[in-house]
Design a protein around this ligand. Structure first.
Ligand SMILES: *Cc1c(COP(=O)(O)O)cnc(C)c1O
Length: 369
């Protein structure tokens, strides 16, 4: 098998999704699966849909097109405000998009009219993360304009937390979002079918005892892929943390000698190694992933990385040139590795067991045609 490669255990992603979907169902919240960290990889998206996700969400139009080309017919929502230059493409492949700019919404409406369709709009509200969103006091006014615009339909509101500032949402902020949903309905009329509370950072709130109010959707990526809370890095109970592993090849070992620079002679020489560790050089670097976001088995120490190399010390004397070494990835490392052209993906447990779709009713979340 080629190196470097990412081994992806789809059974673990299905399990993680199913577990979160079941726990949130009891709280009246559905899961929209976010595939941006895996570049819209169709097999991973399928594992999430098989695990009970109600729909898919993506940040990039190119990834949505990849999903559509793979045959997905389920709803796909664009969660990054569309680029003005891409509105025609957005309308043709996404049922719905998250929006913060009226000029973009107007362009989406015009594109939808040209394509003889209606595009769904979810307004993103700024609730404190300071990345994107409409200020709460402007929300009703914007909502009214959307309602009056032919070609688009106001489907809901949403908020995003902890992306830019890394602070988890509070119960008070979530309640404020619920109240905003009621305000918009009171002033503009249409029932808001989606009130999307946020991302994986919202799970502690969602699993806690707080009233969920109007929040009926979360957009989740990291929790299902990596089984961790994005803010604390803590493992989420009952989920796998090792659905992904990065396998890298050793290209040099220093088994019998260590390197040092003899400053007197101002040249490099080899000296006998007195330590118990072996230095390994591996064929991966900053160009492929976030080297600092890799973790490895105990007994190995990260020394450094350059654009194409990773250097580490190991207490395991069995490594040779050509040996493979396995790493776990955090979100940043995974995201970059999945986008790296030189890293292959290797899928395991591709087929969902026949029972998998029964969790939320047979066929309900069937996405592939
Ligand atoms: C990335 C993103 C998500 C998903 O975040 P995770 O931490 O992977 O769950 C949800 N909403 C928006 C707007 C995003 O950009």
């Amino acid at each position: 098998m080629s190196c470097p490669r990412i081994e992806i255990d789809l059974r673990k992603i299905r399990h993680n999704t199913r577990t979160i979907v079941a726990r949130l169902k009891g709280r009246g919240i559905r899961v929209t699966a976010v595939t941006k960290a895996v570049c819209g990889n169709p097999a991973i998206a399928r594992a999430m849909v098989d695990g009970g996700a109600a729909g898919l969400a993506e940040a990039r139009l190119s990834n949505v097109k990849r999903l559509r080309a793979a045959g997905f017919t389920c709803p796909i929502t664009l969660i990054r405000t569309p680029m003005l230059s891409q509105v025609d493409g957005v309308v043709s492949v996404c049922e719905t998009s998250y929006n913060t700019e009226l000029s973009v919404i107007a362009a989406l409406a015009a594109a939808a009219l040209r394509q003889n369709t209606v595009h769904g709009i979810i307004l993103m509200v700024e609730m404190g993360d300071l990345r994107e969103g409409i200020m709460p006091h402007d929300l009703c006014d914007t909502a009214r304009r959307v309602v009056d615009m032919p070609g688009v339909e106001l489907q809901g509101i949403g908020a995003n937390f902890a992306c830019l500032n890394g602070i988890a949402p509070t119960a008070a902020q979530m309640q404020a979002l619920s109240f905003l949903a009621n305000d918009v309905e009171g002033l503009c009329g249409p029932f808001l079918q989606t009130v999307s509370g946020g991302n994986s950072a919202n799970l502690p709130w969602a699993f806690g005892g707080h009233a969920t109010g109007r929040i009926n959707d979360l957009r989740l990526g990291e929790a299902m892929l990596l089984g961790v809370d994005p803010i604390t890095g803590d493992q989420i109970r009952g989920l796998y943390q090792d659905a992904f592993s990065l396998v890298v090849e050793v290209i040099e070992t220093d088994a019998n000698s260590a390197r040092c620079v003899d400053l007197n002679l101002a040249r490099l020489r080899l000296v006998p190694d007195t330590s118990e560790t072996t230095r390994l050089l591996l064929a991966i670097g900053h160009q492929d992933t976030d080297a600092a976001g890799l973790s490895m088995a105990p007994g190995n120490t990260f020394i450094g990385a350059t654009s194409d190399h990773l250097v580490l010390d190991t207490k395991d004397a069995s490594f040779r040139v050509g040996s493979e070494m396995k790493f776990q990835l955090n979100y940043g490392a995974l995201m970059r590795a999945m986008a790296a052209p030189d890293i292959q993906t290797n899928l395991r447990h591709d087929q969902a067991p026949p029972r998998a779709r029964d969790v939320d009713g047979p066929g309900k979340h069937l996405a592939l045609v």
